[in-house]
Design a protein around this ligand. Structure first.
Ligand SMILES: NC(=O)c1ccc[n+]([C@@H]2O[C@H](COP(=O)([O-])OP(=O)(O)OC[C@H]3O[C@@H](n4cnc5c(N)ncnc54)[C@H](OP(=O)(O)O)[C@@H]3O)[C@@H](O)[C@H]2O)c1
Length: 275
């Protein structure tokens, strides 16, 4: 996909799993040239590996990488982020855009380290981004304009769906779409166990369960219908599905999932140490 988005240069500070996912997607969609990407990582082996596989430039100098790029993606772990921001913050300029995917790190906490009025966008992607089925929310800091938010949203649309949302909702986003895949893996595993209990080979049961979750998700997103309506379509009066639903309600699946998301979202506020 290339809807006209082009990035003259990109620096990825902390090119781990998520950083690499984005680099690969942007390269694949022709948004940026490999020669225009610089990535940093802690270990030399990791940097060599990225160079060999992606044909990009790597280094261990975060400040240098950041200073030479139009778009800077901060993708280090939350514990390392304050340290890296102290390093690069004084050197960033208002004509650049800093996009952070660091979980729990709010835009004022980022801006605190910047000497200039640099536009900052905070993004929260999730792991299905690795297969192009991610969900990313983006919000802007004090100096981010609509065009910065739109640019960031388009970047993340290369790894799935993306939307702009007020930062006050970011803990909820973290609990729902960032932690959510883990909850759904458990649902898939449990559904597969149900199939195994009924005599299905495990591999078949897992495929049926996973594709069923994928299909149900696509139905909600692509039809725009309320999930309750779609559920009613499957549920024949006096049929087998309603008996299954009764068991789900008895086991408290709904309330358990609600509590899981609220708890994960609450925890999201406290991920970054100190400043
Ligand atoms: N994974 C997700 O689903 C997800 C979702 C939403 C948000 N996030 C956020 O994305 C960020 C990255 O997550 P990840 O899963 O991609 O982590 P990761 O794979 O551990 O990547 C972190 C990268 O940072 C590098 N690094 C460590 N210290 C550094 C330093 N001082 N300077 C430059 N680079 C340094 C590491 O280098 P080495 O490889 O050499 O160790 C590694 O490549 C986290 O803040 C996380 O909260 C992740």
């Amino acid at each position: 996909m290339n809807d006209g988005l082009t990035l003259p240069s990109l620096a990825v500070i902390g090119a781990g799993k998520m950083g690499e996912t984005l680099i690969s997607a942007l390269l694949a969609s022709g948004v940026v040239e490999s020669t225009a990407i610089t990535a940093t990582a802690w270990h030399a082996t990791r940097r060599r590996d990225l160079e060999q596989r992606l044909g990009i430039t790597t280094g261990d100098d975060n400040t240098r990488a950041a200073a030479g790029a139009d778009l800077i993606l901060l993708a280090v772990k939350p514990q390392v982020a304050p340290l890296v921001l102290r390093e690069i913050g004084p050197h960033l300029r208002p004509d650049q855009l800093l996009v952070s995917i660091v979980a729990g790190l709010e835009t004022p906490g980022i801006e605190h380290h910047l000497a200039a009025e640099v536009p900052v966008v905070r993004a929260m992607p999730n792991t299905p981004s690795r297969v192009g089925a991610g969900m990313t929310a983006v919000c802007g800091g004090r100096y981010a304009e609509e065009r910065h938010l739109e640019l960031a949203r388009q970047v993340f649309s290369r790894i799935g769906r993306s939307l702009v949302l007020d930062e006050k909702h970011f803990n909820a986003v973290t609990g729902l779409s960032a932690s959510g895949p883990a909850f759904i893996y458990i649902v898939i595993e449990a559904m597969a166990e149900g199939g195994v209990k009924m005599g299905l080979p495990r591999r078949v049961a897992t495929e049926l369960a996973a594709q069923t979750c994928l299909g149900a998700g696509r139905m909600v997103v692509e039809t725009g219908d309320h999930p309750a309506l779609l559920k009613d379509e499957v549920t024949t009066p006096a049929g087998c599905t309603i008996d299954g639903i009764l068991k789900l309600e008895e086991g408290g699946l709904r309330v358990t999932l609600i509590k899981a998301i609220v708890e994960a979202g609450r925890r999201a506020g406290g991920l970054v140490d100190g400043d």
